[in-house]
Write a protein that binds this ligand. Structure first.
Ligand code: SAH
Length: 453
């Protein structure tokens, strides 16, 4: 539907930009084409694919002039697997790219060109950082395959190695795959809804080294159970917990309702800073513990607590930020919509002997106004919303009650920028923004913004 370029045209273009999901962008007479795999500064030969009114897509045929920061993607399935988007860009350039991405939306959407966006805090070693792997298993032509889904599909890209997950997860994934048929255990086939092993989940406590393995199976009973437990313990003796989750349904949701213990403990422990967290098979926990400490450290720095403040932690999950801040505040009030997460938060407070943190289950935009209505006063409000950003009603509440400081932790720069504009219009001033790289090799970036009245 474009008159400038047509499907199947072969062109040579210069790439100008990179989208937030890692595609190169080139313009032909102002008409943008998205080219996965191409990098800014490159001259590339492309074949035009689908074209829409305002933009189109193209396939990269050849890189004629390489960007100086292009690198060989170290993972052998990078170009098929949907897990990472930026392995072909040097790590330093990834960080610059993410800073630019934040800068752009802060200028364009928040209209705050004078607010400093600092350089992204990255990792020393941006590999093998994930503490949790959820690995689908299936049968293909008489063999077991396991790995990760191709973007937006249910096709498993078969691999024995994933260099952003732990070595133990690699070991378990590949050994199970290659040895399970010999034990008489088969993998789940989605279409036919048969076969036993659906997913392998591996979680590791970075600070403690404790490892949990969860086998998600179609049925509760299977004759090879003990043999699989023995195999897991032989391959990775550091495993401290083996769990089974039963998911009998024809669904692509990973977990079923029932979880049972097969061997060892039912939880593992990890630490962020000095705070311990208990992690069970299904509990939510940040996946990059090294950078989580950097992220929360930044939130704590921007909160500027002296010990006398009462703080709100909105969208608190299992209370990770609350318990981190609680050490330096008078009181912390956490609110989160998932009741199970609030149970975890309370247990974690107890585990650490933290007595100045209070948690309530409910929507932040409902619960926070009710706290104010009871006459409570708050000095600092920390928010860490999901990708869609803060609920409008929560922003209205902030502008109504005006805590003197807001620390906004965000996993989506676009909605952060939108919300900053609303808070600015209501009288807040954004002081600084610090991006943190929680997901090296992917195109995601987290930010912490500091606002004062
Ligand atoms: N701060 C936590 C979790 C952040 S993820 C951490 O760092 O680990 C965002 C959380 O917001 C999720 O746990 C999600 O369940 C919760 N959430 C989503 N909508 C919400 C709402 N309207 N009110 C309160 N919590 C909400």
């Amino acid at each position: 539907m474009s008159f400038i370029v047509n499907q199947n045209d072969r062109l040579t273009v210069t790439v100008e930009d990179l989208t937030h999901d890692g595609s190169g962008v080139a313009k032909v007479e102002g008409y943008p084409l998205f080219i996965p795999g191409a990098l800014p500064g490159e001259e590339v030969e492309i074949k035009v694919g689908k074209t829409l009114k305002n933009y189109g897509f193209a396939q990269l045929l050849e890189v004629k002039q390489q960007a100086p920061n292009r690198v060989e993607a170290p993972c052998h399935v990078f170009w098929e697997c949907g897990g990472c988007q930026l392995q072909h860009l040097s790590y330093e350039a990834q960080l610059q790219q993410k800073q630019k991405q934040v800068r752009d939306v802060i200028d364009r959407i928040a209209k705050l060109p004078h607010v400093p966006v600092h350089s992204v805090k990255g990792m020393q070693d941006p590999w093998r950082y994930r503490n949790k792997s959820q690995i689908p298993f299936s049968e293909r032509n008489g063999h077991v395959v396991s790995g990760f889904f191709k973007t937006r599909t249910h096709h498993i890209v078969d691999t024995d190695v994933c260099i952003i997950q732990s070595e133990e997860a690699d070991e378990l994934m590949s050994t199970l795959k290659h040895e399970m048929h010999a034990l008489g255990l088969d993998a789940y086939e989605e279409k036919a809804h048969r076969g036993m092993l659906r997913h392998l989940i591996v979680r590791k406590g970075r600070a403690t080294g404790e490892i949990m393995v969860v086998l998600v199976t179609l049925k509760k009973k299977f004759p090879q159970k003990q043999a699989v437990v023995d195999l897991i313990k032989r391959v990775v003796p550091e495993v401290t917990s083996i769990m089974q989750n039963i998911n009998p349904d024809k669904t692509n949701v990973i977990f079923g309702n029932e979880t049972i213990n097969l061997d060892g403990k039912s939880v593992i422990i990890d630490k962020i800073g000095d705070v311990q967290f208990e992690i069970s098979a299904r509990s939510f926990y940040q996946v990059n513990p090294v950078q989580t400490e950097v992220l929360y450290g930044q939130a704590l720095e921007y909160a500027q607590l002296s010990g006398d403040e009462t703080v709100i932690d909105a969208y608190c999950g299992i209370g990770t930020i609350s318990l981190f801040l609680g050490q330096q505040a008078k009181e912390v009030y956490g609110v989160e919509i998932v009741p199970q997460a609030i149970e975890d938060a309370k247990r974690n407070a107890e585990l650490n002997g933290i007595t100045n943190a209070y948690f309530e289950a409910g929507a932040a935009e409902e619960v926070i106004p009710s706290w104010y209505a009871e006459g409570k006063q708050f000095d600092v409000l920390v928010v860490d919303p999901p990708r869609k950003g803060c609920d409008e009603k929560l922003l209205t509440t902030i502008l109504k009650y005006k805590p003197k400081r807001v620390v906004y932790v965000s996993c989506n720069p676009g909605t952060l920028a939108r919300d900053l504009r609303i808070l600015e219009d209501g009288g807040y001033r954004t002081q600084e923004i610090q991006p943190v790289d929680m997901f090296p090799q992917s195109s995601h970036v987290e930010c912490v913004a500091w606002l004062d009245l």
